[in-house]
Design a protein around this ligand. Structure first.
Ligand code: AMP
Length: 407
């Protein structure tokens, strides 16, 4: 029987899971490419849940309709279901610990933490800061605790990576009392940035510690300016609404627009929240889809307008992030759009040609690891992200399991 680490990323309508083998420190092999024993997701939570999964060679091993579950008891029902399914599907592995993605760790958690009742109390208090994600992340932890009370669990926070930032970079120009009560720029996507930071030396050698801006462009999108592979500044702020235009989120917006919607258009704060989180971004501007791939294949001028605005806003954010790190040596594209859309990368980099950013069109079209032209002042790379392995590794390290491969 192999010991294995269960990685869970629980959202409102889906839960992603992976099972990583725990192997010995010396047996690192090509650690970065270590595939999980099994990876999958349950979609349609709260409605008609379906589990789909694949093994380490990418073969489909499950497409199961699960028992419908009562609303608001999602994870209490689903987690035992999932654990039972894993047990019967991977018969040579036993789960020795579970690691969870938790969106918010507040100011107090600059690294992953073992789950304890005290930690859960702490994290509950942060729900108002991340109401769309935190409750589901915590519900999954509680459901695992109920199903397997003795299993060691670890929470890994999307905010932790940014706690290296100086106060200046984390502050809003608000009255001091509000800053003191925690209304600051937290930043998100930290697990992805942590993974990329770990990969940089392999791609850049000594330049890895230089001025790097990582563009995490997925359904959610943000950028992080790094020096010495640490976060110096990031585009997301107090919530994951700030910064870049995203699939459904507006990104940075004049706060006066929000006041106008409430005061003059009679919208409630819930309606404004719904508008900014779910009806804006690529979806709102195109009126067609939040999905970049769909927009790229559309002939609608509104789809093109949405892509243009996404790329323009991304280039503006990137340029502003050069200030905290005093220039730029390297751009890294990652996540769904960053890794796969040659068109978006090309359009963003066209805006940045004045900085000496020049792409090799052939390499860009092929999604090659290095897509900048020889002679470009700025290196441009594509590095596929892997948040799961960051969680698996932290979980191993904090639960005295032997280290998992990766990073
Ligand atoms: P993520 O949230 O990282 O899974 O990224 C999802 C986004 O990546 C969606 O907008 C997808 O349309 C986009 N995406 C994935 N593959 C492609 C592709 N080949 N071309 C353009 N966009 C893509």
């Amino acid at each position: 029987m192999k010991d294995a680490i269960l990685v869970l990323n629980a959202g409102s309508s889906s839960i992603k899971f992976a099972l990583y083998p725990v192997i010995s420190v010396s047996d690192t092999g090509d650690a970065d490419n270590q595939a999980p024993l099994i990876r999958g997701k349950i979609t349609g939570i709260g409605n008609n849940p379906i589990l789909s999964a694949q093994d380490r060679t990418g073969n489909k091993i499950g497409q199961n309709r699960l028992m419908p579950i009562a609303p608001n008891t999602e994870y209490d029902d689903l987690i035992p279901n999932l654990l039972g399914w894993l047990e019967s599907s991977v018969d040579d592995a036993t789960i020795c610990a579970a690691g969870h993605r938790v969106v918010h760790g507040g100011q107090g958690h600059d690294k992953p933490a073992r789950v304890t009742p005290e930690l859960m109390n702490d994290l509950e208090k942060l729900i108002p800061l991340a109401p769309l994600h935190q409750p589901h992340n915590l519900a999954a932890i509680r459901a695992v605790t109920t199903a397997l009370p003795d299993l060691a669990q670890v929470a890994c926070f999307d905010t932790s990576f940014h706690r290296t930032q100086i106060k200046l970079a984390q502050s809003f120009a608000l009255p001091r009392a509000l800053t003191d009560e925690g209304i600051i720029r937290y930043g998100f996507h930290g697990l992805s940035y942590d993974y990329i930071a770990g990969q940089l030396p392999k791609h850049l050698g000594a330049r890895a510690n230089g001025r790097v801006i990582v563009a995490h462009l997925g359904n959610g999108a943000s950028m992080c300016a790094m020096k010495n592979r640490q976060s110096v500044a990031t585009s997301m702020g107090f919530t994951a609404l700030d910064g870049l235009m995203m699939g459904r989120r507006c990104g940075t917006i004049d706060p006066g627009v929000i006041l106008h919607l409430i005061d003059n258009k009679g919208m409630s704060s819930q309606e404004v929240g719904q508008l900014l989180y779910n009806q804006s971004g690529l979806l709102g501007v195109s009126g067609i889809s939040n999905d970049m791939h769909v927009l790229e294949t559309s002939i609608s001028p509104h789809a093109q307008e949405a892509i243009n605005l996404f790329c323009y806003r991304a280039a503006c954010e990137l340029a502003s992030l050069t200030i905290p790190i005093g220039g730029i040596d390297t751009i890294v594209f990652t996540a769904g759009i960053g890794e796969n859309s040659a068109y978006v990368r090309q359009k963003i980099c066209e805006h940045l040609s004045w900085m000496g950013v020049f792409l090799d069109d052939g390499a860009n079209t092929k999604n090659a690891p290095r897509i900048s032209k020889a002679g470009s002042d700025v290196d441009v790379l594509i590095i596929p992200t892997n948040e799961e392995i960051v969680i698996a590794r932290a979980t191993c390290n904090l639960t005295n399991s032997r280290p998992v491969t990766g990073r």
